[in-house]
Structure formats: structure tokens, C-alpha cells
Write a protein that binds this ligand. Structure first.
Ligand SMILES: Nc1ncnc2c1ncn2[C@@H]1O[C@H](COP(=O)(O)OP(=O)(O)OP(=O)(O)O)[C@@H](O)[C@H]1O
Length: 319
């Protein structure tokens, strides 16, 4: 799949490839990221997400394809990009006894124009933990610290890998707020995630990767619609329903019995059409539920598994 044209791309990846021995970690990935966007890289375990973003960040050499970040090649111009690209890795390896402020100050030394550590900690809700040792932080606080370390150099692009894995729902939502605040400062964000809800909430566009290839990309709604714009209505009719009343509607593709319920599938204005037809027939729909395709449906359909399956999902393809 070729990379779509994005207005003013700050990252452009074409036919990226990486193998480890006989394992093809990234077979063929093309994508673009526009300035100021939040783009999610989604895929099951082992799909090649981390390897892809590590090549974008210049941490791994590619075997094929091209990568342009802010007009530079991360392999050739790594030193120049280190100032402009912040990276939050899956696991940060900080010493247990280092305090939050010491960690941020230490990282700040690597950059020519770092943010003020206390301002950054305040923005991330960590200022009251500035003197706390790393080992004593909660999971959510450790995540926020790792975001602080990715941002302390005041980068134009931040790459965040599995930002909220292991966090409880409240800590996850707090972290989303942090990411949105970072974006409001104009930072472009590449987000690797397993969580479809996170992608739907945060991302302007998503790139769905499976077995080292891009299988879909677009807005979350566009990707969800790729597996079909079908909607399903389920309800319990107040009086026996003649299915023919609904089958004749152009937007209805199927009417099925589901125990005491009726299930109607269709597209377009199916919900409205069914409501009008039921009203005309004097039928009230009790317990009405409407289901539209979600990003998670697309994920399952296009990759064959649920996004949070534990199994090492990808049987690595072999050369
Ligand atoms: N250093 C390495 N040496 C050998 N194989 C590797 C190495 N790093 C990754 N792989 C393999 O490459 C494939 C892609 O791995 P990668 O970590 O990029 O996937 P991922 O989508 O980020 O997965 P996860 O969601 O589990 O982090 C996997 O089969 C993995 O086992």
C-alpha cells in the first residue's frame, strides 16, 4: 500500500523493510505523518510497530526503503534529529534511586534548548513528585515521567510507544489529557498502541500494521468503515412483527429472529427507516440497541485477532 499524500508531511516512510535473520519484522511499510497530527500505529503483538518507529527514530538501521523525518534521514542525520525528535520507549531503564527531578535534569543536559524541568513537571502533574525516587512511583507516574523525558528537549516530533499499557482506566485517561496538551503545543505525535479506544480518542489518523505490512490507514472512522458500513439494530417488538414490513426497505439487507428479539442489518439510513416503518406498523421497539462498525471490528477483521490477545500473534513470516 503506497503512503497517502499528507499535507506538509514531517515524516515520510516508503517501503520500509527490516529483517532479523530469517524473521521479517517489517516487510513493507509506507506511511506519512503531517505536522501537528497525532498518528497511531496499531497492530497486534509482533506486528512490527516498535521496529518501524525505532527506524523512524534512527535507533535501528533499515534493510530497505526510505525514511525522511523533518526532511532528514534518521540513519545519516541522527545527531541533528536527536534535538528535534523525542522518544518514549516501551520500558525506561532508570535507576531505582534516581528522583524525578534528577532524571529530567539529567536528560535535559543532552539538549541545546531544553524545557525548564519544573515547568515540564508541572505540566505533567508531577511537580509534587519531583523529589520522589523512581522506584516509589506508581505505574501512571512512571509513564508520565517517561513522557517528560521524551519532551524535555522540546522536540517537534514525539514518538510514544505503548503509552498507557498497564495503566488503570483513570490513569489512562489522565495520560490522554497529557498527550492532547502536548499536541496543543504544536508537537507532532506518533503513538504506538494496542488500545483501539485510545486510538479512536486521540488519533487523527491510524496506520494498521499486520505481519510487517500496512493493511489499512486513514481516520479511525475511515478504517472502521473499510470493514463495511453495516449497522445492526436489535430490539424486542411490543407486538408480533411481520418481517416483510422491514424487508421491503431499501436500506435493510437482512431481518433475523434472535430469540425474543429481532435483529435488522442494513446500511445508510437504516436506523431512521426502520423506526418510521415500525411506527407505521404500530410496533414499539423495546431495548433498542444499534451497533456500528468500530475500529476494533476493523482490527479483528483485518488482522484476524483481538487487539489485546496475549498470544505472540504474528507468526513471523520467513524470508
Ligand atoms: N532484536 C530483534 N531480534 C530478532 N527479532 C526481533 C528483534 N526485535 C523484534 N524482533 C521480531 O520482529 C517482529 C516484530 O517485532 P516488533 O517488536 O517490531 O513488534 P511490535 O508490533 O512492536 O510488537 P509488540 O506489540 O509486542 O511490542 C517480531 O516477530 C519480533 O519477535
Amino acid at each position: 500500500m503506497p503512503a497517502p499524500t499528507t499535507h506538509d508531511p514531517v515524516i515520510r516512510v516508503d517501503h520500509l523493510r527490516k529483517t532479523y535473520g530469517r524473521t521479517v519484522a517489517v516487510a513493507d511499510v509506507s506511511l506519512t505523518v503531517g505536522r501537528g497530527e497525532i498518528v497511531g500505529v496499531l497492530g497486534r503483538n509482533g506486528a512490527g510497530k516498535t521496529t518501524t518507529v525505532e527506524m523512524i527514530a534512527g535507533l535501528r538501521e533499515r534493510d530497505g526503503g526510505t525514511v525522511s523525518v523533518l526532511g532528514l534521514d534518521p540513519e545519516r542525520d541522527g545527531a541533528a534529529l536527536r534535538e528535534r525528535v523525542g522518544l518514549q520507549l516501551q520500558e525506561s531503564a532508570l535507576p531505582a534511586r534516581i528522583t524525578v527531578r534528577e532524571a529530567v535534569e539529567e536528560y535535559a543536559c543532552f539538549y541545546d534548548h531544553p524545557l525548564d524541568p519544573d515547568d515540564l513537571l508541572r505540566d505533567l502533574g508531577l511537580l509534587d513528585k519531583a523529589g520522589t525516587r523512581y522506584a516509589a512511583l506508581s505505574g501512571g507516574q512512571k509513564q508520565r515521567l517517561s513522557i517528560a523525558l521524551a519532551l524535555v528537549g522540546d522536540p517537534e516530533i514525539a514518538i510514544l510507544d505503548e503509552l498507557t499499557t498497564g495503566l488503570d482506566p483513570q490513569a489512562r485517561r489522565d495520560t490522554w489529557d497529557v498527550v492532547e496538551a502536548v499536541r496543543r503545543r504544536g508537537v507532532t505525535i506518533v503513538l504506538v498502541t494496542h488500545f483501539m479506544e485510545e486510538a479512536e480518542h486521540l488519533c487523527d489518523r491510524v496506520v494498521l500494521v499486520d505481519a510487517g505490512r500496512v493493511v489499512a490507514q486513514g481516520t479511525p472512522a475511515e478504517v472502521a468503515a473499510q470493514v463495511g458500513a453495516e449497522q445492526t439494530l436489535t430490539f424486542r417488538p411490543s407486538i408480533p412483527l411481520d418481517a416483510h414490513v422491514l424487508r421491503v426497505l431499501g436500506s435493510v439487507s437482512a431481518v433475523e429472529d434472535a430469540g425474543a428479539d429481532v435483529r435488522v442489518r442494513g446500511t445508510g439510513n437504516v436506523v431512521q427507516d426502520v423506526m418510521v416503518a415500525l411506527a407505521d406498523a404500530g410496533v414499539r421497539p423495546h431495548d433498542l440497541r444499534v451497533h456500528r462498525s468500530t475500529l476494533e471490528d476493523a482490527f479483528v477483521r483485518l488482522t484476524g485477532v483481538g487487539p489485546e490477545a496475549d498470544a505472540p500473534a504474528t507468526t513471523p513470516s520467513e524470508v
